[in-house]
Design a protein around this ligand. Structure first.
Ligand SMILES: [Zn+2]
Length: 323
């Protein structure tokens, strides 16, 4: 008896019948960059096809995306107001709170809004926490500021806050803050497993959030150690996270699979800016077919075990049409 694997690949019909991870549009979360002003969009050169936009433009963008079938969005703020503590992260008149309330007023429950909670877009030094006089990022002193920012987002209509700072205990502190203020329905999507990665370059251009001294390696994870990923997830789960995230995605498919095996929480994977840029610039140079490589990447992320995929490709993939 000879086992011939090719019998299972003999025709498109048989291949289609055996596909295990057809990508669904419901999995996508589309990131949006909100900037100050009116009726403006500024393209991000290292993220072709993606712009920073003013709140009114974001409303139009969301309407367009909703027609394509994208129902979930992740908001990032860009701020000219910066100080050492990042106080503007909790400013109720900031761009993210403003946009959250505009979007909820317009689209209500037909969309789910996630809002990134961090200090780095609002700190003069660009770090995600508050440094001491020697420049060391203080964990516990940063927590009340993060919780305050999360509460401001909840008050403005955020359905899910997404802390990305990687301080210890921030999920617990944010959960308590939200519950005490009556926002027990607001979820927490924790950036539980966020590596100090070289794939974030274009995002930093987009958000203007590069650290002005040192790097983020004392709070973001070291990619040479995969064991801490599961520990981070289990701790966030105990602290009250409703869903967890692995970031980046493509160079971290092993981590996504490992986290999938170790938690029953919904799992998001962030297909980050550098991963997107590689596809765009590679395709432009004729290295590969853009549509095909994009689908292959997104299906790989789903196959690894991600429920939700945060990706800059979401809009174009649905414009092209899912297979
Ligand atoms: Zn940050």
């Amino acid at each position: 008896m000879k086992v011939r694997m090719r019998r299972l690949r003999a025709s498109k019909v048989i291949r289609d019948s055996l596909q295990m991870n057809p990508l669904r549009k419901e999995q996508f979360i589309y990131p949006l960059f909100v900037m100050e002003g009116n009726d403006k969009a500024v393209p991000i050169t290292t993220l072709p096809g993606i712009s920073r936009q003013t709140p009114d433009r974001i409303v139009k963008e969301v309407e367009y995306c909703l027609n394509l079938g994208i129902t979930k969005f992740l908001l990032f703020g860009i701020s000219s107001k910066k100080d050492p503590k990042g106080e503007a992260a909790a400013d109720p008149n900031g761009m993210v709170p403003k946009t959250l309330s505009l979007l909820k007023k317009e689209f209500d429950d037909s969309i789910v809004l996630f809002s990134d909670v961090c200090l780095c877009p609002y700190t003069t030094h660009g770090h995600c926490g508050v440094p001491d006089e020697k420049g060391k990022i203080q964990n516990d002193a940063s927590l009340p500021l993060l919780a305050k920012a999360a509460l401001t987002h909840a008050e403005s209509g955020s359905d899910w806050v997404a802390p990305s700072d990687m301080m210890d205990f921030r999920v617990k502190v944010i959960r308590e803050k939200l519950d005490d203020a009556g926002f027990s329905d607001v979820g927490i999507l924790s950036y539980s497993v966020k590596f100090a990665s070289n794939y974030y370059g274009p995002f930093r251009e987009a958000a203007g959030s590069s650290p002005q001294f040192g790097d983020r390696s004392t709070y973001q994870m070291d990619y040479r150690d995969s064991r801490q990923a599961v520990r981070e997830v289990l701790l966030d789960e105990m602290e009250g996270a409703d869903a967890v995230m692995v970031k980046p995605a493509l160079a971290y498919l092993d981590i996504i699979a490992e986290v999938r095996r170790n938690t029953l929480l919904p799992l998001a994977a962030y297909n980050v800016s550098g991963e997107y840029a590689m596809v765009k610039f590679g395709a432009k140079a004729g290295v590969f077919d853009e549509k095909k490589i994009t689908l292959e990447n997104l299906i790989a992320i789903a196959r690894a075990g991600a429920d939700w995929i945060i990706t800059y490709h979401a809009k174009e993939v649905l414009e092209w049409g899912l297979p």
